[in-house]
Ligand binder design. Structure first.
Ligand code: SAM
Length: 289
């Protein structure tokens, strides 16, 4: 029988045998709780042979559960030593893609109806979630720091709303799935975590992702500023153009991004789109989330 990769002693032994010290800069906090691992895997409702993409498999704690259920697992790991360990531990039953998940074509790996899972490295959880929402797995089960989970769930009017809240509202419903404390990881992180389940669904807005994303990104990049200033600085619009676009969308130019609903962002994106302002703005499409 394979050693259980959620056992704290096995995790320490495997790390020692590989000569690996967990790297903080890569967010390496390994899951050492079998029940939590089972809860995460159960959230995917995997059928044998079903495609599942895992971001950041690490030593393979979650991967092992996915393979036990007969998943067709594609795992993306940036750390060379961990990728080598995964290949030798699981053999040909696992497809290991070595590299940065932010640079991979998640949509291609998911195929038509793949699912996605990850105990995400904290330092890039926000851009990774944005990439997941864009790639549209049928279901995603993600472990993230509690602050990010709260942002994903933040209701209208909450000061915790951010670009990620709007992009999530655009693409998916979110379901709280589990909570995790530092002792459930090795080494323990300094923050608490939550597992969320994202159920992708058609957007309520009749606008493509490529149009809504840059507008949301710009509004929250300058979240302490009014939308008038944010559009001027983020999209390089003249004061008259920014004000006209906001007024045409029925939005007071003095409001801030966090007060807008997804529908209002949709009206703003459409108004900017009609004026050709989003497509024409340098780098707006790649603005960080
Ligand atoms: N899934 C394992 C677990 O639950 O024990 C490990 C989770 S650990 C929080 C995050 C993992 O993501 C580490 O294995 C780390 O090396 C990997 N990682 C960090 N940055 C990455 C990136 N940009 N692309 C892919 N994997 C990354």
């Amino acid at each position: 029988m394979e050693p259980k990769l959620t056992s704290p002693s096995v995790v320490r032994e495997v790390l020692a045998s590989l000569g690996i010290r967990p790297l903080k800069r890569l967010g390496q906090n390994f899951l050492v709780d079998f029940n939590l691992r089972e809860r995460i895997v159960a959230g995917l409702e995997l059928a044998p042979g079903e495609r599942v993409v895992e971001i950041g498999p690490g030593l393979g704690a979650i991967t092992q559960g996915l393979l036990e259920r007969g998943g067709d697992v594609h795992a993306i790991e940036i750390d060379h030593a961990l990728a080598a360990h995964l290949r030798s531990f699981f053999g040909t039953g696992l497809q290991v893609h070595e590299g940065d998940a932010l640079e991979m074509d998640l949509g291609a790996l998911l195929g038509r109806s793949g699912k996605l899972v990850g105990n995400l490295p904290y330092y890039i959880s926000t851009p990774l979630i944005a990439a997941v929402l864009e790639a549209r797995p049928s279901v995603a089960v993600l472990m993230v720091q509690s602050e990010v989970a709260e942002r994903l769930k933040a209701p209208p009017g909450s000061s915790e709303r951010g670009a990620l809240t709007l992009l999530r509202e655009y693409a998916a419903d979110v379901e709280p799935w589990a909570r995790a404390g530092p002792s459930q990881f090795y080494p323990p992180p300094q923050v608490s975590s939550q597992v969320v389940r994202l159920h992708m669904r058609p957007s309520t807005l009749d606008l493509p992702w490529a149009v809504i994303r840059p507008v949301v990104a710009v509004a929250f990049r300058f979240r302490r500023k009014t939308l008038l200033r944010a559009l001027r600085e983020g999209l390089g619009l003249g004061p008259g153009d920014a004000e006209r676009a906001l007024r045409a969308a029925g939005i007071d130019p003095q409001r801030r991004g966090e007060t807008l609903s997804l529908e209002e962002f949709g009206q703003l994106a459409a108004s900017l789109g009609e004026r050709g302002e989003v497509a024409g703005a340098d780098g707006a499409g790649d603005a960080p989330i």
